[in-house]
Design a binder for this molecule. Sequence first.
Ligand code: CU
Length: 146
Amino acid sequence: MTNKNLFKILISLAFVFLANQSFAADETVEMLNKSGKESMVYSKKIVRINVGDTVIWKATDKGHNVEFIKGGVPEGVEKFKSKFNKDTEYKFSIPGIYAYWCTPHKNMGMIGFVVVGNDKSNLEEIKKIRFAAKSKKIAPDLINSL
Ligand SMILES: [Cu+2]
């Protein structure tokens, strides 16, 4: 084998490696008391991942959790509610939109969305979620940008 061919093979391998990297896109979201001018927030309000990816929520500040909203997840997804003050994670194996909130701050704007596999087939159900107070104010813009 010539050096030139060997070089070509190495370059191709590097591309395959990089392409795979971008598909293994686990995401980390911090649970925060404050972020800029906002209080009680997830560091990322919308996360987009592929089927099979995991989202990790870090208990950077205490007193928060992650609770999937009833009717705000794709069909077949089980209830999920994490413990307070603890890092938590969830592996998303069913495509669709997942809406969640922090149980004690669900009316204070501490809501988030995960879009799995770019599947928005349950968007109409998401629009029917009854948010209250500050969450009701910020939800429409977030849902429109899903
Ligand atoms: Cu909270």
